[in-house]
Design a protein around this ligand. Structure first.
Ligand SMILES: [Zn+2]
Length: 82
């Protein structure tokens, strides 16, 4: 399992850590968006997208309180969503 919160995403342009700003699910993947929170970078240019296979994404399965753009609200629903 992978927990996205165990990762740090650092911007190669401004050398600061980016902030998790959005979450969405695309097919088999959970896609997390990270953005710089400063005046140095244009977020439209430096935004980072991290894709995690849904089935190994511990964070999305475990933390129902932070859903971003997520649509599945059921906590602990480990069954297939097909
Ligand atoms: Zn930056």
């Amino acid at each position: 399992m992978v927990n996205i919160r165990e990762f740090s995403v650092k911007c190669g342009n401004c050398q600061t850590y980016q902030t998790l700003s959005a979450y969405t699910r695309v097919g088999e993947y959970n896609v997390y968006s990270y953005e710089c929170e400063n005046d140095i970078c244009d977020v439209e240019v430096t935004r980072t997208l991290v894709e995690v296979l849904h089935e190994i994404d511990d964070f999305a399965n475990r933390d129902p309180n932070w859903r971003g753009g997520g649509k599945h609200g059921a906590h602990g629903d480990e069954t297939s969503q097909e």
